[in-house]
Design a protein. Sequence first.
Length: 214
Amino acid sequence: MEGSVIVYGLDDSVYVRIVRIVLIEKGIEHEMRQTDVFDPATLDPVYETIHPFRKIPAFEHDGFRIYETGAIVRYIDEALPGPALQPAGKRQRARMNQIVSVIDSYAYHPLIQGLVIERLFASEMSRAANEKKIAASVPDARHALAAIMALASAPYLTGTLFTLADAWLASFVAYIRPTKEGAALVAENPALATWWETVSALPSIAGTKFPKEA
């Protein structure tokens, strides 16, 4: 019995999707509470007691609250039933953690800030896409994706086990593919394209599509 599980966040958040992918892979039913931290007028003041920095996602399991995506998904994997999503081997686990760190440190800015925000959300901000920013982001995005795949095994990123690293990268790749630059970046990297073909068929990926995902 895993008890009540709540995810606080938004469906268009890359990190919220990572948590949802992990929960689905574990077979854990959960409640998704839409929490718009970008609109202070609608944000419940109580949320600040859950996440003092007013970011998403946040997570609750039978009254135990935790925030920060890395902490959330490792808790889910270690505390809740279902298949393991972290390799047992020390070297494979280190590789998984390395890939996650590379994504957060080097891929987030060019992929999300440089491509996704500009191509998919600029119009909602009542402005045109910043073409110079997009163009400047593409080389960094290409370099980050190449570095990630240079670390990867197959068919998943650390071998035969779908891990937290796969959930991380899947959330990012799914978001850039609706952009013309992102689609091109995936297509030009054969290892990435093959990996995406494998993971995109999984129910956890197909069932958590972003509102803007093609």
